[in-house]
Design a protein around this ligand. Structure first.
Ligand code: IPE
Ligand code: IPE
Ligand code: MG
Length: 236
């Protein structure tokens, strides 16, 4: 990363970076491994990526780990992902705690077994006072999130709402909108990720498969971000 990009980061120019962690399955197949092995390596890269972004001074980091549509995958893959996630909460997530990172889960937790849900809630609560945030989207869907927010507003008695009302009832209420969304794996789509919040996000797509992503690739994405002219509808 060049000095200009580093200096801009220090000044907090990227407040929020989000990752669509795609390509674990293809990476594994290419290596002659099972898809589940790809997810395991992917989990390690997730931890390294989140830590690196926080080290760069980016206060809010979001990762898309499991979508509301991913339940349609073969049962053994879904089971393996749930197990990996549950083990992860016991180990790596504790390490985030040591780094004073606040963990927030984006998505509907009510579908998870009671024990897992309790672990997720405890982790959120224990890290609540830290100001750097890691949002982990697990059982997350952008449409699901918007419907959930509207239903909560209805339950609160609202008959008419503002954009601010809606934003403050999304799972991401504690974070600003993402400045940059990075998708690995070569596909150029959002796949139901942060539909409301991505209105003015810069999008960056790379062919690198998620388990191969390293610090240089992240530097490249950040550098690319600084070459963009963000206009927000104005004439600059
Ligand atoms: C992303 O990798 C991880 C999840 C969606 C859980 P994929 O499993 O989608 O990997 P590809 O796209 O099949 O290679
Ligand atoms: C997006 O990847 C979801 C996550 C990374 C968790 P998918 O692999 O599920 O997306 P599609 O099916 O290619 O759109
Ligand atoms: Mg995929």
């Amino acid at each position: 990363m060049d000095d200009k990009a580093r200096a801009a980061l220090k000044n907090g120019a990227i407040r929020h970076i989000a990752f669509i962690m795609d390509g674990n399955g293809r990476w594994a197949t290419k290596q002659g491994k099972t898809r589940n092995e790809g997810h395991k390596v992917g989990a390690r890269v997730f931890e390294e990526t989140a830590s690196y972004c926080h080290e760069l001074g980016i206060r809010h980091v979001t990762v898309y780990a499991f979508s509301t549509e991913n339940w349609s995958r073969p049962r053994p893959e879904v089971d393996a992902l749930m197990k990996l996630f549950s083990n992860y909460i016991d180990t790596a997530m504790r390490r985030f705690h040591e780094k004073k990172i606040r963990v927030v889960f984006l998505g509907d937790k009510s579908v998870f077994p009671r024990k897992l849900r309790a672990k997720m809630e405890k982790l959120e609560k224990d890290s609540e006072s830290f100001s750097d945030i890691l949002n982990i989207a697990f059982n997350y869907g952008g449409r699901d999130e918007i419907v959930n927010a509207v239903n909560r507003l209805i339950r609160e008695g609202k008959t008419e709402i503002t954009k601010e009302d809606l934003a403050s009832h999304l799972y991401t209420a504690a974070s600003p909108d993402p400045d940059l969304i990075v998708r690995t794996g070569g596909d150029m789509r959002l796949s139901n990720f942060l539909l409301w919040q991505s209105a003015y996000s810069e999008l960056y797509f790379t062919d690198v498969l998620w388990p191969d992503l390293d610090e240089n690739d992240i530097d490249e994405a950040v550098k690319n971000f600084y070459s963009r002219k963000r206009k927000f509808g104005k004439v600059l």
